[in-house]
Design a protein around this ligand. Structure first.
Ligand code: MG
Length: 298
């Protein structure tokens, strides 16, 4: 059985007919937030219910990177290569410095605690953008059940440290990514509850200085939802879905799918040429080599 579903014939050139969807590690409970460290030749990812961040490398396999992780979810790197992490348990976003110390980037807004930061990206100007839905405080499964103190916003933290709510009309903001030239910001809305409306990705125009406009629906992911996604160097968006990974063209149409046997949450590009896609899917991490490269943003 092919592991691809071609919708637009052009998608045939994006994938390699003889490259398998390979399970590279398994035995976790709910994995998210993969991020590739090319300098260390390893992948980090969160196993949220088990309160840990794991490390995988082709030569050494799986080891523990951080435990407890404060129920970490999304991860990324900034231009300096530092790890940025969304933590449900402590309701904050942190940066791990090159010496290993941890700096709190954001843990509240207007005197109230954040909900449970979910996913984070860094723009080339050093600003840090993250989503803050309530999912991580709804139950004790992926953090600690607690009162919601703030609406579910998307925030930007400037290099000066100033935090601002920049998107305030989402039910459940989730995955986010910039286009390769950073003129667009894609943000998923996965609804108040998973499985409820809306389930789509919106697109915003990013002006110089970071101001957002627009916000129309870019695409709807079905089946499943756009929990997490990344963009390749040509601007195609590769999103999680219930049946695998969907590749969406810059004009919003579905190019094709990579079929994955477990429910996908997040993914990232990596490998020596950023030509591999690492897919976090429920209990496992899968990898596939593509005929496309990830954008230079992490
Ligand atoms: Mg997410």
């Amino acid at each position: 059985m092919s592991c691809f579903e071609v919708v637009d014939p052009l998608f045939g050139a994006y994938v390699l007919g003889n490259a398998p969807v390979k399970q590279i590690a398994t035995g976790f409970d709910w994995v998210e937030g993969p991020v590739w460290f090319g300098d260390a030749g390893c992948l980090l990812f969160s196993d949220i219910p088990n309160n840990r961040i794991l490390r995988w490398s082709p030569s050494a396999g799986i080891s523990i990177f951080r435990e407890p992780s404060n129920f970490a979810n999304g991860n990324t790197r900034d231009k300096q290569g530092r790890l940025l992490t969304c933590e449900h348990g402590t309701r904050r976003v942190t940066r791990t410095e090159l010496d290993g110390s941890v700096t709190v980037i954001a843990d509240g807004y207007g005197g109230r605690r954040l909900n449970s930061p979910n996913d984070v990206v860094v723009k080339s100007d050093g600003s840090i953008w993250f989503s803050d839905p309530h999912y991580g405080i709804m139950t004790d499964y992926e953090g600690f059940r607690a009162e919601q103190e703030l609406p579910c916003h998307v925030y930007r933290v400037d290099p000066s440290g100033e935090i601002k709510a920049v998107l305030t009309d989402f039910a459940g903001p989730n995955g986010l990514a910039f286009s390769p030239d950073e003129t667009r910001l894609y943000v998923a809305d996965t609804g108040r509850m998973f499985g409820s409306d809306p389930q789509h990705i919106r697109v915003f125009d990013v002006a110089l200085g970071g101001r957002l406009s627009g916000g129309e629906v870019f695409c709807t992911i079905s089946p499943g939802c756009a929990d997490g996604f990344r963009v390749d160097s040509e601007g195609n968006l590769w999103s999680s879905a219930a049946d695998g990974v969907h590749c969406i063209a810059p004009d919003g149409h579905l190019m094709g799918k990579i079929l994955v046997p477990e429910l996908v949450s997040n993914l990232c590009f990596g490998g020596r040429a950023k030509h591999q896609l690492f897919i976090a899917a429920t209990t496992s991490i899968y990898g596939i080599t593509l005929n496309r490269r990830g954008a230079q943003t992490p």
